[in-house]
Design a protein around this ligand. Structure first.
Ligand SMILES: [Zn+2]
Length: 85
């Protein structure tokens, strides 16, 4: 049964499910940390992770008008902070 990406509504793709891409997963993670959702946790996100998320989101905004090829591959590691846990 298809699942839609909660970020953009596109059908999700493995291995990013329920998101359609690494990028959307990161955007969603950024939303959590920025308090868009209530997060019932007592663990504070560490500052480095927040910086990485903020960087990723700023880069994402810049990407809309900029060229995407180079940044896409470079960002891969940077915008997946949760993989480092
Ligand atoms: Zn998406």
């Amino acid at each position: 049964m298809p699942v839609k990406c909660p970020t953009c509504g596109t059908l999700s793709v493995q291995p990013y499910s329920p998101f359609c891409s690494e990028r959307c997963a990161s955007v969603d993670l950024g939303n959590w940390f920025s308090g868009k959702y209530a997060v019932p946790t007592d663990a504070e996100p560490d500052e480095e992770e927040l910086d990485a998320i903020i960087d990723a989101m700023e880069t994402e905004n810049a990407d809309i008008s900029g060229d995407d090829k180079a940044t896409d591959s470079q960002q891969g590691a940077e915008i997946m902070p949760f993989q480092r846990k």
